[in-house]
Design a protein around this ligand. Structure first.
Ligand code: PLP
Length: 371
């Protein structure tokens, strides 16, 4: 889908904020740590290409979720290392080799399937990062024995054993028990490897922020890169971040309805007095989901409640004043003394900031500033 450019709804991405967030992280953790920017899911909704291009000088590599996301980066001039974090299809292995994209080995079974798909593949270009399941419970090996068989198989076929990594499930929580247990399990497996690869890594944003002494060769920096606190409001940040995304639109229609009239599907909002209603061109097809009813937006520096059900393409708000068409509406960001953060939206929905930004659909135009 093409972004809709002929309507005022847009996400504005501050690329300087992203650069500052990386710089601040690096000065917080110190110079030895290599930062790999996590730009999966279209850069957490911010736009993978523009984010990667503006982070390129400040990071040592990139992480994406799948092969298509890696292809997108390679075809837009990103030449630094890229790691595909989720498994790829064994028959696609030639694509990874051709693009020099490192792949995750989730199991011995998977690598065995890969060895049946190596015709014409330059195996020396195949960089492997073995995934260790230390407690997340999704993909990865759970014993050093399996990892060592993988290393043997990789050697046999001339592949490059480039890394081993794990992923924490609770690094953003107050209790550290599970984190410590996962770290311990990972350390034991790494210690029992037949040899150490180039990169041993485990830290996501939360581990980097609240357990920086545990960062190994690479920090996989996701949420915090975009200026979001991975714990939401649970833990305080340990260095300065700035949220890079604002979401804006404009009033496309204003009218006053009488007491007793209704707004939106189902007629659920019933005016109890004469009400000035403004219409904003954003809806659930943009990722501004139906749960947003009852929340608010900012108009002329004031909070205005979202009333009626959110439609696919439009929503309605209660205005304090009769305002002209084209008046700015801030859904995420600052207007005057008021601010709506991604975490405010997440709290209203009972979810995490990650989901709010990732759900902003392709229909929303992204505008880049300070790039
Ligand atoms: C998404 C992801 C990250 C980044 O996580 P953040 O919490 O956004 O920093 C790191 N590692 C893996 C394996 C991931 O899937």
């Amino acid at each position: 889908m093409k972004p809709s450019t002929h309507r005022p709804t847009q996400a504005v991405i501050d690329l300087a904020a992203i650069q500052e967030n990386i710089k601040n992280f690096k000065s917080f953790v110190g110079g030895r740590v290599k930062v790999w920017a996590v730009v999966k899911a279209n850069g957490y909704g911010h736009g993978a290409i523009r984010v990667a291009q503006s982070a390129d000088n400040l990071v040592s590599g990139f992480c994406v979720s799948n092969l298509d996301e890696a292809i997108e980066l390679r075809s837009h001039g990103i030449v630094k290392p890229i790691l595909v974090l989720s498994g790829i299809e064994p028959q696609d292995i030639h694509i990874a080799a051709n693009l020099r994209v490192a792949v995750t080995v989730p199991s011995l079974e998977w690598l065995t399937l890969v060895t049946q798909n190596l015709e014409g593949v330059e195996t020396a270009h195949l960089q492997l990062h073995i995934k260790v399941d230390s407690g997340m419970g999704r993909i990865g090996v759970t014993t050093a024995a399996e990892a060592n068989v993988i290393i043997r198989l990789a050697d046999e076929f001339g592949m490059d054993f480039d890394g081993i990594f794990t992923h924490f499930a609770t690094a953003d929580e107050v209790s550290q028990d599970k984190f410590e247990q996962q770290k311990q399990r990972f350390d034991v497996i790494v210690a029992e490897l037949s040899r150490r690869p180039r990169y041993v890594h485990s830290s996501n944003s939360a581990a980097g922020i609240w357990h920086k002494e545990t960062i190994q060769d690479i920090e996989r920096l996701g949420d915090a890169l975009y200026g979001l606190n991975p714990s939401g409001r649970t833990l305080d940040m340990t260095y300065e971040i700035k949220s890079a995304l604002t979401l804006k639109s404009e009033l496309t229609h204003i009218k006053t309805i009488a007491a007793g009239e209704t707004v939106g599907y189902g007629g659920e909002f019933v005016a109890d007095q004469a009400t000035i209603v403004g219409t904003v061109p954003i809806g659930y097809a943009d990722g501004w989901i139906r749960e947003m009813t009852g929340f608010h937006v900012l108009v002329a520096g004031q909070k205005c409640q979202i009333i009626g059900r959110i439609s696919m393409d439009q929503m309605t708000i209660a205005l304090n004043d009769q305002l002209p068409i084209g008046t700015k509406v801030t859904l995420i960001g600052q207007d005057g003394d008021e601010t709506i953060t991604v975490d405010d939206v997440a709290a209203h929905r009972g979810t995490i900031n990650y989901e709010v930004v990732c759900l902003l659909s392709d229909r929303i135009k992204r505008t880049y500033i300070n790039g």
